[in-house]
Design a protein around this ligand. Structure first.
Ligand SMILES: NC(=O)C1=CN([C@@H]2O[C@H](COP(=O)(O)OP(=O)(O)OC[C@H]3O[C@@H](n4cnc5c(N)ncnc54)[C@H](OP(=O)(O)O)[C@@H]3O)[C@@H](O)[C@H]2O)C=CC1
Ligand SMILES: O=C(O)[C@H](O)CS(=O)(=O)O
Length: 482
C-alpha cells in the first residue's frame, strides 16, 4: 500500500497513549475483499486489554472533563484538519480493507471529518437552565455534565464515519472513549486515532481495542466504569449488547438493521426515481443500513420503471475499487456472496424475473453482480430480510393504502424513500411511514447536521445533529437555598 504518510497504517492498538500488541501476542489477519490478498494484521486482544483501556480512559476522563468546551473544540478541529489533510491516504486504506470504490472512500472520509467539525462546535453549545422557583429563597439550576467513559462498537461498512459519529460527540461533551472496530476493517479506525493523537488529544481520551469481539464487547458492556455504549451493526448483536449493558444501567445508542422501502408513485419524475434508486440501492454495493431494500412502484408506471432501471443497473461497473470508473466493488466476504446467491435463487423459485445481474462476479475477490429482480412478491426472502448487498427487488402496488401497508410490513424502521410530486400525499404518507428518516424525492439523507437513526428493530437514539450530543451528557439539577 503506497501511502504518502506510512505512519497511518498502524498494526498495534492505541491504549492510554501507547501503541500495544496483544498481551498474548495473538493477531487477526485483514484481507482485501477485492482479491483476497493480506492487507496486514492487528492485535487479537480480549477482556484483559479492554479492562486496561477502560481504566486508562477513566483516569484520562478526570482531566479531560476539566478542559473547557472551547479547548476541546480546538483540539477536535485540529483532528478535523489532519483527517482532511490525509484524506487520500485514509481513503486508500479504506478501499483496500473494505472494498468500496475509491471515490466512495474519499466521500466517506469527508463525511467522517464532518462529524468532527460539527461536534467541535456543538460542544460549545451545551447549555443549562435557570428555572423560576416555586418557593421563595430558592434558585433552581440545571447543569449538563459528561457521562464519563464511553464505549463504541462499530461495523465494517463505514469504517471511518461510524468511528467519528461516536467519538466526536463523546469527546466534545468531555467524555473519553474505548472503540472496538470491526475486525474486517480495523485499519481505518487505527489511522483515525493516530491522527487524534497527532492533533494533541491527550493520552487515554481515545482508545482502540481490536480482537475477540465477544470478549471485548462483554467487557465494554458489563464493566461498571463504562457509562455509555454506542453500537452500529446488526440488530441481533445490538440486542445482545443492550442486554449486557442493562446489568450496569448504561446509556445506549443503537443504530441497527434496516429494510428501507423505496416508494415510486405514478406521478413521480421517473428519471429522478431511477437515479435515486441506483444511488440508494447500490452505494457501497448495497451494504448500508439505509439502502433501498424493497423498491415499491405503482402499477401505472411499473413496466416503464423496470425498463429504465434495467438500463441503469446494467450500466454499473463491477470491479476492484482502485480501478477508475468502477462503481460497484466487492461485497465484504464469501458469506455475503453465498447469502446473495440464496436470495436470488429464492426469488427465482417464487416467480421473480432476473432482468439484470444475478450471478457471482467473475473476478478474484468476493463479487456479486448488481442485480434487478422484477415481479418480486411478498413471500420472497428479499421482502422480509435485510439484503445488505447489490440486489434490487421491485414490487408493484395499487394505491396509497397498499403502499403504506407494504412499506410498514417489517420489524425495522430506519430509513424510507418516497418519490411523488403530490404535496398532500407527501405529508399524508410521511406521517404514516414508521421510519426515523424519510427521503422525499431524495435518496441520500445522511448528513452530520440532521438526526440519524430509527425505531422498532432499527434501534434507539440519534447520531449527529444538535440531538447527537445529548446521550453523552447527564442532567444535574441543583436546588439552592438563597
Ligand atoms: N443502523 C446503522 O446505522 C447500521 C446498521 N448496520 C447493520 O449491521 C449489519 C451488518 O454489519 P455487521 O458488521 O455485519 O454487523 P455485526 O453486528 O456482525 O458487527 C458489528 C460490530 O459488532 C461486533 N460484534 C459482533 N458480535 C459481537 C458480540 N457478541 N459482542 C460485541 N461485539 C460484537 C463486530 O465485531 P467483529 O467484526 O469482530 O465481528 C463489529 O465490530 C446489518 O444488519 C446492517 O444493517 C450496519 C451499519 C450501519
Ligand atoms: O452505516 C451505515 O449504513 C451508514 O450509517 C449509512 S449513511 O450514514 O452513510 O447513510
Amino acid at each position: 500500500m503506497q501511502l504518502k504518510n506510512p505512519d497511518l497504517l498502524r498494526h498495534q492498538c492505541l491504549i492510554n497513549g501507547q501503541w500495544l500488541s496483544a498481551t498474548e501476542g495473538g493477531v487477526i489477519e485483514v484481507t482485501n475483499p477485492a482479491n483476497g490478498e493480506l492487507v496486514g494484521v492487528v492485535p487479537k486482544m480480549g477482556k484483559a486489554e479492554t479492562a486496561v483501556a477502560i481504566e486508562g480512559a477513566n483516569v484520562a476522563f478526570q482531566a479531560w472533563r476539566e478542559y473547557t468546551a472551547k479547548e476541546r473544540g480546538t483540539l477536535l478541529r485540529k483532528w478535523f484538519d489532519l483527517i482532511m489533510a490525509n484524506q487520500a491516504d485514509l481513503a486508500l486504506i479504506m478501499t483496500i480493507e473494505q472494498g468500496k470504490p475509491l471515490a466512495e472512500s474519499m466521500g466517506e472520509i469527508a463525511f467522517a471529518a464532518a462529524y468532527v467539525d460539527w461536534f467541535a462546535e456543538e460542544g460549545k453549545r451545551v447549555y443549562g437552565d435557570l428555572i423560576p422557583a416555586t418557593q421563595r429563597n430558592r434558585q433552581l439550576v440545571v447543569m449538563k455534565e459528561p457521562v464519563g467513559v464511553c464505549a463504541a462498537v462499530t461495523p465494517w461498512n463505514f469504517p471511518a464515519a461510524m468511528i467519528t459519529r461516536k467519538a466526536a460527540p463523546a469527546l466534545a461533551a468531555g467524555c473519553t472513549i474505548v472503540i472496538k472496530p470491526a475486525s474486517q476493517t480495523p485499519f481505518s479506525a487505527l489511522a483515525l486515532c493516530y491522527l487524534a493523537e497527532q492533533a494533541g488529544i491527550p493520552a487515554g481520551v481515545i482508545n482502540v481495542v481490536t480482537g475477540d469481539s465477544g470478549a471485548i464487547g462483554t467487557e465494554l458492556s458489563t464493566n461498571p466504569t463504562v457509562r455509555k455504549l454506542s453500537f452500529t451493526g446488526s440488530t441481533s448483536v445490538g440486542i445482545k449488547l443492550m442486554e449486557q449493558s442493562a446489568s450496569t444501567v448504561k446509556k445506549v445508542t443503537m443504530e441497527l438493521g434496516g429494510n428501507a422501502p423505496f416508494i415510486v408513485f405514478n406521478d413521480a419524475d421517473l428519471d429522478a426515481a431511477v437515479e435515486g434508486a441506483i444511488v440508494s440501492k447500490f452505494r457501497n454495493s448495497g451494504q448500508t443500513c439505509v439502502c433501498a431494500n424493497r423498491i415499491l412502484v405503482q402499477e401505472g408506471v411499473y413496466e416503464e420503471f423496470i425498463k429504465r432501471f434495467t438500463i441503469a443497473v446494467n450500466a454499473l461497473k463491477l470491479g476492484n475499487g482502485m480501478e477508475p470508473g468502477v462503481t460497484s466493488g466487492p461485497v465484504i466476504d464469501a458469506k455475503a456472496v453465498k447469502f446473495m446467491t440464496a436470495l436470488v435463487d429464492d426469488a427465482k423459485a417464487k416467480g421473480g424475473k432476473i432482468v439484470a445481474g444475478g450471478k457471482v462476479g467473475d473476478l478474484p475477490g468476493t463479487f456479486f453482480e448488481p442485480t434487478l429482480v422484477a415481479y418480486a412478491s411478498e413471500d420472497m426472502r428479499v421482502a422480509k430480510e435485510e439484503i445488505f448487498g447489490p440486489i434490487a427487488p421491485v414490487f408493484a402496488f395499487k394505491d396509497e393504502a397498499d403502499a403504506i401497508r407494504l412499506a410498514n410490513d417489517t420489524e425495522y424502521g430506519l430509513a424510507c424513500y418516497l418519490y411523488t410530486n403530490d404535496n398532500k400525499r407527501i405529508w399524508k404518507m410521511s406521517s404514516k411511514l414508521e421510519y426515523g428518516m424519510v427521503g422525499i424525492n431524495v435518496s441520500l439523507v445522511a448528513t452530520e447536521v440532521a438526526p440519524f437513526g430509527g425505531m422498532k428493530a432499527s434501534g434507539v437514539g440519534r447520531e449527529g445533529s444538535k440531538y447527537g450530543i445529548d446521550d453523552y451528557l447527564e442532567i444535574k439539577y441543583l436546588c439552592i437555598e438563597t
